[in-house]
Design a protein around this ligand. Sequence first.
Ligand SMILES: [Mg+2]
Length: 297
Amino acid sequence: MSIGVALTLFPNLRDTLYALPAARASCKTQPMQPIAMLTRAQARRVRYILMDIDDTLTREGKLLSTSYEALWKLKEAGLVVIPVTGRPAGWCDLIAREWPVDGVIGENGALAFWEEPVGNSLPVLKQAFHPAAIRNDHPALGRVRERAFAEVPGLRVAKDQFSRMFDLALDFAEEEPILPLSEASRVKAIAEEEGAIAKVSSIHVNVWMGKYDKLSMAELFLSDRFGWDAVTELDQVVFVGDSPNDEPMFARFPLACAVANIRRYEGLVKSLPAFVAEAECGEGFAEITGELLTKRS
Ligand SMILES: [Mg+2]
């Protein structure tokens, strides 16, 4: 998709992009506190809740009733709800249309889909693409796939690849055989040697060309769609995640949280979030949102 489309849908995109590097310089590494330490004053400032999907809302691949109910409660409380995922464009179409959300960011920041109301008619699905996103027929991704298959036995293309627009998803843990994280790190290194960007999630290594990530698209979407101010309103955003591909979000937002399974990746994540749940996966997400909503009431 062309830059023109992205600029049409995000009219303030250029200004926002130029503002980001300076704003990001404020990132700090910090130890994780129990989510129970979130204060009432912090909770009352929050307007936006963003969350990863795999192993943050799900457990062993299934969306838990506890986490889906938590999304509805957040929406009913008037918060802006936005999943931010490595999952493909095809899934994001469904999520934007069917889930209780205000939009979804997919393919690790390549795209954002959301519904817009039109008077008394059915809402219209809107799509925007990061201006740096490059379609996944780029020859470098072919080279990464070839080398990764040769050097990492057991690796395979993720079965959701057919519905992806911008990245190559290599499965190391969604299906058997489950490969160790060291093998995922090897795939990431191969991708980087070939000039691509790679992030390790709890199930895939996602590989793409173009300088964007979950954070850069989240900031564009928040500012252009909702008028969020990247300098003065950082503390209005809660992000919940679980794995290394969430690290840019952990580093940026002072109220970032993780579900307890983040501890599996502590050696791989340099910037841990401010808060952590006691429970893992979707139960941990419900624990975090329960604290947030209770302390706002
Ligand atoms: Mg995840």
